[in-house]
Ligand binder design. Structure first.
Ligand code: CU
Length: 70
């Protein structure tokens, strides 16, 4: 199990948090998503054999946000 923190721009309210949480939580291999709006941080726990940070970042971008570091 890997746990990584992504820096995500564009989150401004609880709705954004909800959108990202739902988008990433539904991905295969992802077991937990925690969004910290204040720190603009998205912590993702995932199984490295099933997905990777690049795929997860792409999903967040697709949802309308920008991953600036991970
Ligand atoms: Cu919002």
């Amino acid at each position: 199990m890997e746990s990584k923190v992504l820096k995500v721009m564009g989150m401004s309210c609880d709705h954004c948090v909800q959108t990202i949480t739902q988008a990433v939580e539904g991905m295969p291999g992802v077991s937990r998503v925690q969004v910290n709006l204040e720190k603009k941080a998205v912590t993702v726990d995932f199984e490295a054999s099933q997905t990777d940070l690049k795929t997860i970042s792409a999903k967040i971008d697709e949802a309308g946000f920008e991953v600036v570091a991970g």
